[in-house]
Design a protein. Sequence first.
Length: 135
Amino acid sequence: GGFGLEVRDGATLTMQGCVVSDHKESGLLVLSGARVVIDRTEIARNGSNGVLLVDSWCNAEEVSFLMNGEDGLLADEQSIATLDACRFEDNLGHGVWGEGDGVIQLKDCTFNRNGQGPGRWQNPRTKVRTSCAST
């Protein structure tokens, strides 16, 4: 079907040890002040973005974003994403893309063979803090 999971309107979702894969659209759509906490999960082979954040919040640790049809994670509008020890590989777009006035914090993440640019990229208004490896 369309999206794997949709979280919206201030709701909170916690995922641990899951696989979100093979959806026509994004694997996880997070909207309107919703919060997601993702731990040791694989988000792979989704037709659009692995995770799409719009005015929302995401904390991900040891998550693999693999072979998604667009970006591994797209943080749009005023989203906040904190990504720790995540892996971004073989996504057709960027590993991570920031659009809008959000904040993306990357720590100990790896970026390999993503289709657009060096693996992580952002609109000039998006704030990015990073300590990651990129190949």
